[in-house]
Design a protein around this ligand. Structure first.
Ligand SMILES: [Zn+2]
Length: 195
């Protein structure tokens, strides 16, 4: 299964306001849930202490939800999982996922066109593709999670193989993939996956 018009397909998701709102809603729910659970270290109350973000090439989400423990002697942070931000990348998670899925197997000239339209430089895109094949495949998250897939996900064809293993309509599929990846989006988990 290959899309006939990858550019249009990708651009339409990147411009899909409803999808952006949906992802925002999911993140707000995840934040609410984390807040209600309180501090992981001392069970103290949490206060909002969001991170400022300036994501490129996608929706202009300016805050990543985060909290700080209100206890004087603790003050530790708790940053909930997210379907919008993939670790500390400057691009939103959906941009990284969509582009790396879309350019899989395309001719270099087409890859360049797409890249230029989205203003992503070639080194960045190369790094993203390599990230799936190296850091992601080696991560403890993936080693534990891959057993859930039957048939197995082909690791050499990531992330397209992961994308295709969620047999859903397109927008739901994107939500499912971002939801699947959310455990690796917290600062603590991201340490292992950063490159
Ligand atoms: Zn605390």
């Amino acid at each position: 299964m290959k899309h006939k018009n990858e550019e249009t397909w990708c651009q339409s998701h990147l411009a899909d306001q409803q999808l952006h709102q949906l992802l925002e809603k999911v993140d707000a729910d995840l934040a609410e849930e984390a807040c209600q659970q309180g501090c992981l270290y001392c069970e103290g109350k949490l206060h909002r202490a969001d991170y400022d973000r300036k994501p490129r090439g996608g929706p202009q989400w300016e805050r990543r939800y985060s909290f700080c423990c209100a206890q004087e002697d603790c003050r530790r942070r708790r940053t909930p999982e997210s379907v919008r931000f993939l670790g500390r990348r400057v691009y939103a998670g959906l941009v990284v996922v969509l582009i790396t899925v879309m350019v899989h197997g395309l001719k270099p000239s087409r890859v360049r066109r797409i890249r230029e339209a989205l203003q992503i430089d070639s080194r960045t895109l190369k790094r993203w593709r390599q990230w799936w094949l190296d850091n992601f495949v080696r991560s403890s998250f993936w080693k534990a999670a891959r057993a859930r897939f039957m048939p197995l996900v082909c690791e050499q064809r990531l992330p397209l193989s992961l994308w295709l293993s969620f047999e859903l309509e397109e927008r739901d599929r994107l939500l499912a993939v971002l939801g699947f990846l959310k455990p690796i989006t917290t600062p603590a988990a991201w340490k292992e996956l950063a490159m």
